[in-house]
Design a protein around this ligand. Structure first.
Ligand SMILES: Nc1ncnc2c1ncn2[C@@H]1O[C@H](COP(=O)(O)OP(=O)(O)OP(=O)(O)O)[C@@H](O)[C@H]1O
Ligand SMILES: [Mg+2]
Length: 509
């Protein structure tokens, strides 16, 4: 196994990344079109070649190219390889495709319960009051689950909605035990859940939920797998995008065992468009990210943020990113200039490189590089011509993607959504039964009234006026009856499914 992966050539010599320090995180920054994605691809394919699994969000679809040999390479790649005297051997890497919307990859889902109130609040852009209501809803659901009641199971958005309805209908009782929730907060949350559904996010919440084994599984040929998350559409819902990646990161942190410093990481996680993660993020969330980033490296996971300016990343997080690839930055505005100065200060000095000046002069495909050496010390910053990737630059064809997806048995296990009995069905059924009983009473009262009227008419000898509620109109009772019947059928199907799938989902929050 190699100890380092080569990034490119600088006047000081070949610049590389020590695999042993790859879990000390990284940053790929630079203005649009300066070569960030190519650098990401160079790193990702080298990790895979060395047996390190990768997870990367693919914002423009171009990263999918890592699954195909770049043959023939584009002219710029051949020219760059010759210029820096590095080999360019067309080679594909193993890749798996994932997609929240289930279109460009196997579906990735998680349950509302697992997402938890904080991230869910962020996805819903909840105000403080609404987040408070969400927290109460989750606490109530948790208590139910602890009592062994499945109405506390929040799998999909229907479940969340049913729980919120229950909360508003029983706000007085619940308020006494858990704290006050206003009908306004609930109504606003309901609207936001609906909006989320209309954006297509309902496909993201549910089962089978994504298992982390998909990201940590070893391959028989010793290579790593590049897990590509199709994000072109997802990133249009920035809150969902960032909440999903945060969820994944915190799951990795919670579930993976401590391993200390390994010869190479178990997984490298590329977080593209990282500014979306921190934009308008409450301090509490930033603290949490900072903590996860700090602790996750001893689990063998390296996190690489990809963004335009280092200033997009909070100082506390930035300070932990040991491996830096800084492409050109433009400094038009005072804010830009501040970012350039900040970027410059974060590098270990090299007397031959005037960082603040050169950062603005870098050509496309050039980066200021500083990585952690085998001892963990930052290498002096070097102006590096980044090598071209061996895999294809630019997206693969839809047919290639489809073939790769078809061949991925583990991924195909997620294709079919499963909806087992949870809050929505149970609370829905309860409400239906309640309505049923009410409707029965109502119908009985109506019949009594009719009977009394008929008796009166008979006694006066007049004609019965034609009932206003004509034959085609169904009674509330009939409507409820239909709903209950189909509910029971669904319940049976779901119970069966559950039997096949085994235990209910793990729950922590
Ligand atoms: N290492 C390199 N050597 C030579 N040319 C490169 C290199 N990297 C990138 N380029 C050139 O720059 C183009 C844009 O690169 P890339 O897509 O990586 O930019 P980017 O920073 O990701 O852009 P965006 O911000 O739009 O996503 C490439 O198509 C290629 O022509
Ligand atoms: Mg890019």
């Amino acid at each position: 196994m190699a100890e380092t992966i080569d990034i490119g050539l600088a006047p000081e010599g070949v610049q590389s990344l020590a695999l042993k320090r790859a879990n000390r995180h990284g940053l790929i920054a630079g203005a649009t079109g300066t070569g960030k994605t190519v650098t990401l691809q160079v790193l990702a394919e080298a990790f895979a070649r060395e047996g390190v699994n990768v997870f990367a969000a693919d914002i423009k679809g171009d990263l999918s190219g890592c699954a195909a040999p770049g043959d023939p390479p584009p002219a710029w790649a051949t020219a760059r390889a010759a210029e820096i005297n590095m080999p360019l051997t067309p080679e594909a890497q193993p890749a798996a495709f994932w997609d929240v919307y289930g279109e460009l990859g196997h579906p990735v889902r998680t349950t509302v319960t697992e997402m938890g109130p904080v991230l869910m609040g962020r996805v819903l852009e909840a105000t403080d009051a609404q987040e408070g209501a969400l927290t109460i809803a989750f606490r109530l659901a948790d208590d139910w689950l602890n009592e062994g009641k499945n109405e506390g199971l929040l799998l999909d958005l229907n479940d969340l909605r049913a729980l919120l309805t229950y909360l508003s209908e029983n706000s007085e009782d619940i308020g006494k035990k858990y704290g006050l929730v206003t009908p306004q907060s609930i109504a606003a949350l309901q609207r936001k859940v609906l909006q989320l559904e209309m954006d297509g996010a309902d496909r993201f919440f549910g089962e089978p939920a994504f298992k982390l084994e998909e990201l940590t599984r070893a391959r028989p040929d010793g290579k790593g797998t590049i897990n590509v998350l199709a994000s072109e559409r997802l990133v249009q819902s920035p809150r969902l995008y960032s909440a999903f990646l945060l969820w994944l990161m915190s799951e990795l942190w919670e579930q993976l065992p401590e391993v200390g410093d390994l010869d190479k990481p178990k997984l490298v996680f590329f977080f593209d468009e990282a500014h979306l993660l921190f934009r308008d993020a409450p301090k509490e969330l930033i603290n949490k990210v900072e903590q996860v980033v700090r602790l996750i490296r001893s689990k063998g996971v390296g996190i690489y943020f990809v963004t335009q300016s280092p200033a997009d990343i909070p100082e506390t997080v930035l300070a932990q990113l040991g491996n830096r690839f800084q492409h050109a930055l433009r400094a038009y505005t005072p804010t830009d200039q501040k970012a350039v100065r900040a970027a410059a200060q974060s590098f270990r000095a090299n007397e031959n490189v005037d960082v603040a000046k050169e950062i603005q002069e870098l050509n496309v495909g050039e980066a200021l590089v500083s990585t952690l050496d085998a001892k963990g010390a930052p290498t002096p910053v070097a102006r590096t011509k980044v090598r071209p990737p061996n895999s294809q630059v630019g997206p693969i064809l839809p047919a290639q993607r489809a073939a790769l997806m078809k061949a991925n048995t583990a991924g195909r296990a997620y294709e079919k959504a499963v909806d087992r009995v949870s809050a929505h069905e149970i609370l829905g059924k309860r409400a239906a039964q309640l309505a049923d009983a009410e409707a029965r009473e109502e119908a009985q009262a109506a019949r009594d009234k009719e009977a009394a009227k008929a008796a009166r008419t008979r006694s006066t000898g007049g004609a019965t006026p034609r009932a206003r509620s004509g034959g085609s109109r169904t009674t509330p009772l009939e409507r409820q009856g239909g709903r209950v019947a189909s509910g029971v059928f669904n319940t049976i199907v779901r119970e069966l499914m559950r039997g096949i799938l085994g235990t209910p989902s793990r729950r922590r929050r």
